[in-house]
Design a protein. Structure first.
Length: 236
């Protein structure tokens, strides 16, 4: 896609934020934007929030766009919003995607990689993020169960010792515990956090989670529990 000339486009020195917004608007009816409540919509002044994933069709257009710096800005802002929303539901994988994005952009800004390479990296990241959103459906698990599974499987040893199936069972039990505490204001109820920590420790011992990595897993799981509890409490 060739960019049309928006009203306040800069000269050879670069592109304005308005131009980036303008280009995104051109794509708005082509199923490209992620997540109904991603901050990018507010940041870019966009109103159309009707798709779930960043489509392959859009990513192909970004890769072919001749204005590479504009493509990078668009992909970066879309991924920032998508990852921010994803991290509210899945702490571990959201953090990893955020680190990947920052690493790619930092390398590009310091001329460590070319514009073509950073675009390729951002496109691969978008595809991987789309796959993560579909992973629960493939495994027959809810988003909440996947989030706890990722928290438990954050250490390779856990997968080696317990296997994926047993980790799925632990994740399902953790979701039940969280739902029992729905409506609780975790931020002001430290006793709830302590109660959750004890419940997680008991559950991990029950299933034989490796004791040498259990303390780190408990901390991660409790943080994930707070994330999910916060999201649930925000639902109408």
């Amino acid at each position: 896609m060739k960019i049309k000339n928006p009203p306040d486009k800069k000269g050879k020195g670069g592109h304005t934020n308005c131009e980036v917004k303008y280009v995104i608007r051109q794509f708005m009816n082509q199923s490209i934007i992620a997540e109904p409540h991603v901050d990018i919509y507010k940041d870019l002044g966009l109103e159309n929030q009707n798709t779930d994933i960043i489509s392959d069709n859009f990513l192909k257009k970004m890769q072919k766009m001749p204005e590479k710096n504009v493509a990078i800005q668009i992909l970066e802002q879309l991924l920032q919003g998508k990852i921010k929303a994803f991290q509210r539901k899945n702490l571990v994988k959201g953090k990893k995607f955020n680190e990947m994005l920052q690493d790619a952009i930092n390398k590009y800004n310091t001329r460590g990689i070319t514009s073509e390479l950073v675009i390729r990296k951002l496109i691969e990241m978008a595809k991987e993020l789309n796959k993560e959103q579909e992973k629960g459906k493939d495994l027959g698990l809810s988003d909440e169960e996947i989030a706890f599974y990722d928290a438990l499987a954050n250490h390779e040893k856990a997968i080696q010792v317990l296997g994926e199936e047993k980790l799925h069972l632990i994740a399902a039990e953790l979701v039940k515990i969280i739902k029992e505490e729905a409506g609780v204001d975790w931020e002001h109820r430290k006793n709830i956090q302590a109660k959750m920590r004890l419940a997680v420790k008991h559950l991990l011992r029950k299933y034989g989670y490796p004791p040498d990595i259990a303390p780190a897993a408990v901390t991660t799981v409790v943080e994930q529990a707070e994330k999910l509890a916060t999201v649930q409490n925000e639902l109408p």
